[in-house]
Design a protein around this ligand. Structure first.
Ligand SMILES: Nc1ncnc2c1ncn2[C@@H]1O[C@H](COP(=O)(O)OP(=O)(O)O)[C@@H](O)[C@H]1O
Ligand SMILES: [Mg+2]
Length: 242
């Protein structure tokens, strides 16, 4: 039996942001049942990967799609601290690195949540070099196992521009959502990330243009969807409230 997690959830997001994530969820669902393991990635830190991954997972679970959020940023994960994740039974929190390197059982690492259809596999112990773990058969086996059990496996991963983890993980995923910090990340850097995903053989499912105008205290952004190169959808959302 999995234990339940205590998570301090985000304050309620503005309706327009909820709606943008909802559109992203619906567009991902249009890709069909082959798209199951999805990584949320960016070129640089602070572009909103974890924000998008967490909210996409929440909405998928809310739509009664069995979903798991995997914190695969094993170098510099902040999810446990940001959302103050702990175990309801008070025991030590174990996560992805414990499963991969300490041979812990999966049911001791995966936690249920208040969302009936949403589980999480946190990362409770950062490590300096996860490359070998990501190349291990245990990691690939884990993704296979999760994709049998869950309709969506959402992976929050390190930035593509810094380390090769994202490419390694992308190679094992069915697709990627690229988060881009609007007005900050140069186009050349974004192009480079798209080329990296292509090299990894990971189809680009969509681009989220995020945090546009965040400096002025607004939630503001655009969502673009791409399917193997052709743009199929654009939208714009913003709110004055934070
Ligand atoms: N659309 C958004 N609106 C407002 N704040 C955001 C948005 N996206 C991200 N943030 C905030 O920006 C910071 C960086 O986002 P985060 O998801 O942690 O980035 P990453 O995982 O790419 O490093 C966090 O404090 C997060 O809450
Ligand atoms: Mg992050």
């Amino acid at each position: 039996m999995n234990t339940k997690a205590i998570i301090e959830v985000n304050p309620q997001l503005p309706y327009s942001v909820e709606e943008a994530i909802n559109r992203l969820r619906i567009n991902v669902s249009f890709f069909g049942s082959d798209i199951n393991k999805i990584m949320v990635v960016s070129s640089e830190p602070n572009e909103g990967k974890s924000f998008v991954a967490m909210n996409l997972w929440k909405q998928m679970a809310g739509a009664k799609e069995q979903s798991i959020l995997v914190d695969a940023d094993m170098r510099k994960s902040v999810m446990v601290q940001s959302y103050k994740i702990s175990r309801e039974d008070g025991k030590e929190l174990w996560g992805l690195t414990h499963y991969l390197s300490d041979n812990k059982k999966l049911e001791d690492c995966v936690l249920t949540t208040d969302l009936e259809y949403g589980d999480i596999l946190p990362n409770a112990n950062n490590i300096v070099n996860p490359s070998l773990l990501l190349e291990s058969s245990r990691f690939k086996g884990l993704l296979d196992l999760l994709s049998e059990k869950y309709r969506y496996v959402i992976l929050d991963v390190p930035p593509l521009g810094l380390v090769s983890d994202g490419e390694r993980i992308g190679h094992l995923c069915d697709g990627a959502i690229l988060t881009v910090r609007g007005g900050v990340t140069p186009k050349s850097v974004v192009r480079n990330s798209i080329a990296q995903l292509e090299r990894a053989g990971c189809p680009l499912l969509g681009i989220v243009l995020n945090r546009v105008g965040a400096g002025s205290g607004r939630y503001y952004g655009k969502y673009y969807g791409r399917y193997y190169g052709s743009k199929y959808y654009t939208d714009k959302y913003y709110s004055d409230k934070k």
